[in-house]
Design a protein around this ligand. Structure first.
Ligand SMILES: [Zn+2]
Ligand SMILES: [Zn+2]
Length: 254
């Protein structure tokens, strides 16, 4: 599996883009940085998008990309997510007020986008991967994803505060090579992380105590742009060689 980091921040400023990982050029985890990063021919190759939750920084490029697809693809881009997330996409985004309902554009029979509400905890097969959505802790319904392919597995935490089930599921998954873990605020803003369902370096480390790492690398993402340097200094001071903060346009192969 090849993972390209299109967006790895918890907000936007020049040089900072919201959460979006591209797997093998055809599948996205979250949709925070598709249209601001990829050329049209690259966007046209994306067949599936898995959303972790409905917050704007994770879904915003779903509506923006649909506009580009009309007349350019022969099948819809399928947007997958937990039922609560897809309900928000239905009622709050593609509602013909915030954005046109591109599920019937250009025609109902041949639209540019389709929604797929997936069950949590039960694996779905997509593009040859076995993908499981595991509920995590956030003010809205939010999931992490465990993605298994032939030789390796990777996991994404989604936006979450301290949680348990995701770690148990990762621990029971063979061949985990990488875990992408959200890290939003510096430890000096622990109170803010706690009320908003996010992690700081302090709680990332206590969460990682629950992980049977087995040599997997830990990639940290979702840093808030206004406190990136403070968070990076805290992580550097920990001196853990398995911890790595994602940077835009990083590419990892597992
Ligand atoms: Zn977020
Ligand atoms: Zn969120």
């Amino acid at each position: 599996m090849k993972v390209r980091v299109l967006g790895c921040h918890g907000g936007e400023l020049p040089g900072h883009k919201t959460t979006c990982f591209l797997l093998d050029e055809t599948l996205c985890i979250d949709a925070g940085a598709i249209t601001s990063t990829l050329e049209l021919d690259e966007i046209l190759r994306i067949d599936d998008i898995f959303l972790t939750h409905s917050h704007f920084d994770h879904v915003k490029d779903v509506p923006l990309m649909t506009d580009l697809l009309v007349g350019k693809r022969h099948k819809p881009v399928v947007v997958h997510g937990a039922p609560e997330t897809m309900e928000a996409m239905d009622k709050d985004v593609f509602n013909n007020r915030v954005w046109p309902d591109f599920r019937v554009i250009p025609t109902k029979e041949d639209p540019v986008v389709a929604f797929d509400a997936i069950p949590v905890r039960k694996p779905v097969i997509c593009q040859g991967h076995k993908i499981r959505a595991i509920p995590v802790r956030h003010p809205v319904h939010s999931v992490g994803y465990i993605i298994e392919s032939d030789r390796s597995a990777i996991a994404f935490s989604g936006d979450t505060g301290p949680t348990d089930e995701l770690w148990r599921e990762i621990n029971a998954t063979p061949n985990v090579k990488a875990v992408f873990v959200e890290l939003s605020f510096p430890s000096s803003q622990q109170w803010l992380a706690d009320v908003s369902g996010h992690l700081t370096p302090r709680t990332v480390m206590s969460e990682l105590d629950k992980l049977d790492r087995r040599g997997a690398r830990i990639y940290l993402y979702h840093l808030k742009p206004s406190t990136v340097s403070e968070v990076k200094a805290e992580i550097a001071a920990l001196e853990r060689d398995y911890l790595q903060i994602c940077e835009l346009e990083d590419v990892y192969t597992f």
